[in-house]
Design a protein around this ligand. Structure first.
Ligand code: PAF
Length: 290
């Protein structure tokens, strides 16, 4: 596995990769969800490129940029064991050269949900991913469904700017008890780790109601609110039931519906989601409480 830092090193190493390239962008502190993206890329492409870059432009002024967990040596060992060919670990000035002044805005999809709670977040994500894709030039990019809105935004961006043939969205990987894997779970102390389970429990409750025939958007949202309200350590940011493609909030009778939650549990703000109309085996299986 080759590890490069500067844009020039990346260009030279990329030129040496033959066949189709699959790209996995990350902010590091890798967990099994990231490794599932690498595995999917290996299956579909001849070579796999990953990036590790904690992108400052997608963090708000009061967010956790400085505290964001980092462990480069462990990340590189995990990527090597997973069969990655090339890793880009740029410094901030390799991504944003002096005088940097070009930003990318994806309109329409970014004003709601995470975009409403975190102003400027998607401008930062869209800008960095545009830079990463223009330099890595992959055929396919692999992202996780846990960041549902991000996956919708990045599909739009890649199609609009012609930066990848396909954006593959891989299922959320969960702990045995249902908690979605996230680098920010590292901020949970044992008490809040237990309380954090309320997030996936609320989604499971909405899935169960939908499976039993409940189709009213207001009722489905209320079911999730009720589960969250029973956990005093959970501070709800939003409970959404939206169209999975446009992310517009649904009203009345629903058919295709994305349930999304953002909840602060102690230090971290956790997000999770489920497409109620699709199978979601990781959420529908019986949960282990061990
Ligand atoms: O999902 C993430 O880790 C980041 O938002 C991404 C796509 C790597 C851009 O910094």
């Amino acid at each position: 596995m080759k590890v490069v830092t500067t844009r020039a090193e990346l260009r030279a190493a990329r030129a040496g990769l033959d066949g189709s390239v699959g790209f996995v962008p990350t902010m590091g502190y890798l967990h099994d969800g990231h490794l599932a993206l690498v595995a999917a890329a290996r299956e579909r492409c001849s070579a796999v490129v990953a990036s590790i870059f904690v992108n400052p432009t997608q963090f708000g002024p009061t967010e956790d940029l400085a505290a964001y967990p980092r462990d480069l040596d462990r990340d590189l060992a995990r990527l090597e064991a997973a069969g990655v060919d090339l890793v880009w670990t740029p410094a901030v000035e390799d991504v944003y050269p002096p005088g940097f002044a070009t930003y990318v805005d994806v309109e329409g999809l970014t004003g709601v949900l995470e975009g409403a709670s975190r102003p400027g977040h998607f401008r930062g994500v869209a800008t960095v991913v545009t830079i990463l894709l223009s330099l890595v030039r992959p055929q396919m990019m692999f992202v996780g469904r846990k960041d549902l809105q991000q996956s919708v935004v990045l599909r739009r961006l890649a199609a609009d700017l012609g930066l990848a043939d396909e954006v593959v969205v891989c299922p959320t990987v969960r702990e045995p008890d249902g908690l979605a894997l996230s680098s920010r779970n590292a901020y949970l102390d044992p008490e809040h780790r237990r309380a954090a389970l309320v997030v996936s429990t609320a989604l499971r409750a909405a899935r169960a109601a939908y499976r039993d025939g409940e189709r009213d958007a207001v009722t489905l949202r209320r079911i999730m609110h009720d589960v969250l309200a029973a956990e005093p350590r959970a501070e709800v940011d939003y409970v959404s039931l939206a169209d999975p493609d446009t992310l517009v909030e649904l009203d009345g009778e629903v058919t295709r519906a994305a349930a999304s939650l953002a909840v602060r549990v102690g230090v971290p703000r956790l997000i999770d989601n489920s497409l109620l109309h699709d199978p979601d085996p990781e959420l529908d299986r019986p949960m282990s409480t061990a």
